[in-house]
Design a protein around this ligand. Structure first.
Ligand SMILES: C[S@@+](CC[C@H](N)C(=O)[O-])C[C@H]1O[C@@H](n2cnc3c(N)ncnc32)[C@H](O)[C@@H]1O
Length: 236
């Protein structure tokens, strides 16, 4: 069973098998009826994303500029939180996200992450980033640039190009093909020495696969509703 499931009530306005759900911190996520999987924890999309990717990932890296690779752009919440963080701290961030199955504009508007973060002025610019042409690079602010690639992670092939990976795939039970040795070898190769990968997942089998790919792994405290998550480092 996927770590993100727990029988969420589906909203009636299902479009193309996807519907918007409100999570416990008031922010929204998407429920995929076909996969029976949510994009975020029911305990709170914003609290989960902030804890797993910003607190345990971005704040644990020192690189400036910081080159981030996200596996699974989805609703864009991790990207939005990272952009806000870059602007608040003045740290330069170059953000590349992989997403072979982009969500519709209508769904993104319905979810309205910028409202949950009380940042209505970012609504238009955020939606522009989320609908950016594949492969184009947008300078969203003085400190943040963004690019989305349609490449599936199983075909992603870059070497020492990133300092931080947000590994935000659907859970191993739902999409086992995202959690293979080959994929983690690609992630290892994509990181610069000393770079880190973070994921909400805490499964022992995933940790061992990461280690087999060359990572040094640690279990760190998870977000609300999860005891632990994984952080993996490429040795210097
Ligand atoms: C858990 S959701 C990501 C949530 C997202 N990070 C957010 O902040 O909303 C997993 C994402 O992985 C994407 N995905 C599915 N197959 C993929 C693949 N082969 N390579 C990269 N991403 C994939 C899905 O389309 C989905 O958007």
């Amino acid at each position: 069973m996927s770590e993100r499931r727990s029988a969420p009530p589906a909203s009636p306005e299902t479009t193309l098998g996807l519907s918007v759900l409100r999570t416990r911190d008031g922010s929204c996520t998407v429920y995929d009826h076909k996969l029976d999987e949510r994009y975020h924890s029911v305990h709170g999309a914003v609290q989960e994303s902030f804890h797993v990717f910003i607190r345990m990932g971005l704040e644990a890296t020192a690189a400036i500029p910081l080159r981030v690779l996200e596996v699974g752009l989805g609703t864009g919440l991790n990207m939005l939180l990272t952009w806000v963080e870059a602007d608040l701290t003045g740290r330069n961030v170059a953000y590349t996200a992989l997403e072979p199955f982009p969500l519709s504009l209508a769904l993104l508007v319905e979810m309205d992450h910028t409202a949950a973060l009380e940042l209505p002025e970012r609504s238009g610019p955020f939606l522009e980033l989320m609908t950016l042409k594949e492969g184009a690079i947008a300078q969203a602010s003085a400190t943040f640039n963004f690019q989305v690639l349609a490449t599936p992670v199983q075909e992603f092939d870059r070497s020492a190009a990133y300092d931080l990976i947000y590994f935000d795939a659907f859970g191993p039970a739902t999409q086992p093909g995202m959690w293979t040795l080959d994929v983690f070898q690609r992630m290892f190769n994509a990181l610069a020495p000393g770079g880190i990968l973070v994921t909400y997942c805490a499964k022992g089998a995933v940790r061992r696969t990461m280690q087999a790919a060359g990572f040094i792994t640690e279990r760190v405290p998870g977000p609300v509703g999860k005891k632990e998550m994984l952080r993996a480092r490429k040795p210097d």
